[in-house]
Design a protein around this ligand. Structure first.
Ligand code: 0A1
Ligand code: ZN
Length: 849
């Protein structure tokens, strides 16, 4: 490991770059092993800076030559970049460098994927392309010339010229280097068009390999819906003549918002009914919208430094969540988002990787593209909106766009627009950005003489580097029901600002039943002791869809905890509650599917750990399975009918309504398979004409230890389709029995189609292994060893994906001492590996604590 690159960077050390750039000209002569990049950059002194050395980042680029104002210079080149004596006035810098994209396995900077050149520059990849001030507060207009014999040559902005084997692009909007992109390949376009609200005609394209052209229509429709929505809801219009999306098979993340040239992991853009599930369709729609929305929240207004990452990511996730809520079901989307937040962010917040939404230090910024920055960052914005109201939120956003357009901004700037619009003091609210850990809110109540008193207490546990926490501003949305199930207090937002606070509601005729944290109004853990009967009452009667679902969820959690801790049989109150919900035809099928699902094993483990127990992964797995069988038995008279009734007739349509029906039918099939030995699932697998129904049937079969023939048939049908094969790899590991998970995963790594250098394929196996909790933590530690071996192997080629996947170990301190010792040994072994990347070294170091 290179010690020079092991430094910790601190937010408090921020200093502006001493120079400004107006224009940068780049010429690329593309070649797999020797690409030449020439740069011409106009620098002038930055009046906001108190000076400093001229330093340009550079990482693995070979300097061929450099000139200042036309005269050759000899910079001092180090592993991190170069320094050079420069005039203290405006000057022109020119440099030529050489890089080898075909040898770039890290997929950061300029690299090759299936014969196509592409780039990924966020966060700090541009320095792997040429020497440059690779920091988000240096914004410049980019002029790009690409020379290459491949037919399609793309970069940011508008096309300004092309000829045989060359193309030029100019981006009129100043941008930081992390938004630079270039693509060259043998690609075909699925075209589209959009006319903006002021009448600008925009050409749209989704560029793919010609064989994938039939899988682009849905992505194009999603893009157009996102463009319309951003105009209608946020007043934001697109600002170039062309918008290009490119699908790439080898990509570390989901997608990237490069100005006018979004680059996507092909898994998040390509869809056909035969190859993509309903969930894939929904994610494609959401991610296409997310990247498009970045055009304003991220690109036009960017981040001053990487500590402000949540400024663009939290806001853009919040916007894509709103969009999905508007396109589909708002209630279902809110529940889905709460489930994801708990599974990923609460887990992160409760372990050694906990960090504030705005971190104060990092070693490798790529390790901070986390659930906390993204999803908790979005929740913080949702709370702000709830506290100030919809009108003030809209005015604050308009002010934000007006005031900061073209700037690299901070969280302070963001909060200031809200303070200015509302006159509110947001000092305490700002703690949401600085304090890590999930607040716990506990509830107690009293009733006397028509007055109901709710007492709320908040505490936030210590997190690494933050032993003591201050109370936060927590919006707690509550409603009250009377014992008949009628609402006696409509949703009211209580502002919890103290460690303990009481709220009174008077004029009641009887003791009400409280419905608390409606709409999941804050990302907190609610400790609200209620009997099973009261939870079942709320599941039946609550008028807030989130709280209604949550009542069933907490009931399920309590039932499963009682099974694990005391061997108690499932409470009939829960089973009857499910029966009622399943039969409630007036409820959205997608909602009923959510009610029918058990909490994840991860959620149960968190709950047990939070209650002071040591979770036993195998006991959790067995109790979940026992509960599923009990539910199936209790609903045996209904389930086959639901499976049949929810089969959507006619050709596949990805609408939320059709997807919701399939979700309910498949939730019923999942349970029913426990009783019918998989007959219904086999039948469904045989006739299904779309991937949603096929995959659900296959999952149900694998979960009961069947499905070998179907797995082989699936392989035979889809061995030529990478994205479908990722599902084939992942599903087997996800549904392997606990004692078989490691051997299943290991066998798959020996499969000829296990292309481990492809991040999607690597994640298919190891993401699924980490997600199979009982299998990952199977006694003996075979899964731990397997994962550690592969992380070490991948790290040498692709540190980012290795580091991300290592988070599988982050919950290790919850478990018993035997498992802790096994995991600690693996983490220590990884840490001791010579040449470990900065990325993985930081993660393992933080996990070891
Ligand atoms: N900004 C992108 C996410 C992203 C981040 C880093 C990447 O490479 C290291 C790639 C993509 C988004 O929010 O979609
Ligand atoms: Zn984003």
């Amino acid at each position: 490991m290179d010690d020079a690159t092991q430094q910790t960077i601190y937010l408090k050390d921020y200093k502006p770059f001493p120079w400004l750039i107006d224009d940068v000209h780049l010429t690329f002569r593309l070649d797999g092993t020797a690409t030449r990049v020439s740069s011409r950059i106009a620098f002038r002194p930055n009046p906001a800076s108190d000076g400093g050395a001229f330093f340009l980042h550079g990482d693995g680029v070979t300097l061929i030559g450099a000139r200042i104002d036309g005269r050759p210079v000899t910079p001092v080149v180090t592993a991190a970049g170069l320094t050079c004596a420069v005039p203290d006035r405006a000057f022109t810098w020119e440099a030529e460098v050489e890089i080898a994209p075909a040898a770039n396995t890290a997929l950061s900077g300029l690299y090759m994927s299936n014969g196509m050149y592409c780039t990924q520059c966020e966060a700090e990849g541009f320095r792997r392309i040429t020497f440059y001030p690779d920091r988000p507060d240096v914004m410049a207009r980019f002029h790009v010339r690409i020379e290459c014999a491949l037919p399609v040559l793309l970069s940011n902005g508008n096309p300004t010229g092309s000829g045989p084997d060359w193309a030029e692009w100019t981006d009129p909007w100043p941008k930081p280097a992390y938004l630079f992109a270039l693509v060259a390949g043998d690609l075909a376009a699925h075209p589209g068009a959009f006319t903006t609200m002021s009448g600008r005609q925009v050409a749209l394209n989704i560029w793919v390999r010609p064989a994938d052209l039939a899988k682009c229509a849905f992505g194009m429709q999603a893009l157009i819906r996102a463009m319309e929505w951003d105009e209608r809801v946020y007043g934001r219009e697109y600002d170039l003549d062309i918008f290009n999306i490119v699908a790439v098979d080898d990509f570390n993340m989901g997608a990237m918002e490069n100005k006018g040239l979004n680059i996507f992991n092909s898994a998040l853009v390509l869809a056909s009914p035969q190859t993509a599930t309903d969930l894939n369709y929904e994610r494609i729609e959401g991610v296409i919208a997310h990247e498009y929305f970045h055009n304003w929240t991220g690109n036009r207004i960017t981040c001053r430094d990487w500590f402000q990452l949540c400024l663009k990511e939290g806001l853009t996730v919040f916007r894509d969540q709103q969009f999905t809520g508007d396109m589909r079901s708002r209630a279902v989307k809110r529940i889905d988002d709460a489930i994801t937040l708990r599974a990923r962010q609460f887990r992160e917040d409760g372990g050694p990787l906990a960090h504030p939404v705005r971190p104060e230090s990092f070693v490798e910024i790529n390790n901070f593209y986390t659930a906390t920055v993204y999803e908790k960052g979005a929740e913080v914005i949702g709370m702000l909106k709830r506290l100030v109201g919809d009108d003030a939120y809209a005015r604050a956003l308009t002010l934000y766009f007006d005031r900061h357009d073209g700037q690299a901004a901070t969280i302070e700037d963001w909060l200031a627009v809200f303070a200015d619009v509302t006159g509110r003091d947001l000092t305490q609210f700002a703690r949401w950005y600085g304090q890590a850990g999930t607040p716990r809110v506990s509830v107690s109540d009293a009733y006397a003489d028509g007055t109901y008193t709710l007492t709320l207490r908040q505490t936030t546990p210590p997190t690494p580097g933050q032993p003591d926490k201050q109370p936060q501003v927590i919006p707690v949305a509550v409603g009250l029901l009377n014992p008949n199930g009628d609402q006696v207090l409509p949703t009211t937002v209580l502002e919890l600002t103290q460690a303990e606070q009481s709220f009174q509601f008077s004029g009641l005729s009887s003791r009400p039943i409280p419905s608390i944290l409606r709409d999941f109004s804050a990302p907190v853990i609610l400790d609200h002791p209620l009997g099973n009967a009261t939870r079942a009452f709320l599941l039946a009667h609550d008028t807030d869809p989130f709280a209604k679902w949550e009542a069933g969820r907490t009931l399920a959690r309590d039932v499963v905890a009682a099974m694990i801790l005391h061997g108690t049989a499932p409470d009939p109150a829960y089973l009857d509650g499910l029966r009622t919900a399943l039969r409630a035809d007036s409820l959205d099928p997608a909602f009923r599917a959510l009610v029918l699902a058990l909490p994840s094993e991860e959620e149960t483990a968190q709950a047990l750990h939070g209650a002071g127990h040591i979770p036993d992964p195998l006991a959790i797995n067995q109790s979940h399975e026992a509960l599923r069988r009990a539910i199936a038995g209790h609903l045996a008279d209904l389930l086959p009918g639901v499976v049949a009734a929810m089969a959507v007739p006619g050709p596949y349509s990805p609408t939320a309504q059709a997807a919701g029906q399939r979700a309910l039918g498949n939730a019923a099939l999942w349970l029913w398979s426990r009783l019918d030995g998989g007959l219904a699932a086999q039948a469904q697998f045989a006739v299904a004409d779309n991937m949603t129904m096929k995959l659900a049937a296959l999952a149900s079969l694998l979960a009961i230890g069947a499905g070998r023939a179907e797995l082989a048939a699936f392989h035979a049908a889809w061995s030529g389709d990478r994205l479908v094969m990722d599902k084939w790899f992942g599903l087997q590991v996800a549904h392997a029995a606990p004692a078989q998970a490691a051997t299943t995963a290991a066998a798959l790594t020996a499969h000829p189609a296990f292309d481990w250098k492809n991040p999607n394929r690597f994640r298919a196996v190891f993401g699924a292994l980490a997600g199979n909790m009982a299998g990952f933590h199977d006694a003996g530690g075979a899964s731990y060893r397997l994962l550690a071996d592969w992380l070490i192997r991948l790290d040498a080629l692709n540190p980012q994906t290795a580091a991300r996947t290592s988070t599988a170990f982050d919950s290790w301190r919850r478990f018993d001492t035997g498992r802790q010792a096994l995991i600690r040994a693996e983490l220590t072994r990884i840490a001791a590996t010579p040449g470990l990347s900065r990325d993985l070294a930081e993660m393992v170091g933080r996990m070891l604590g």
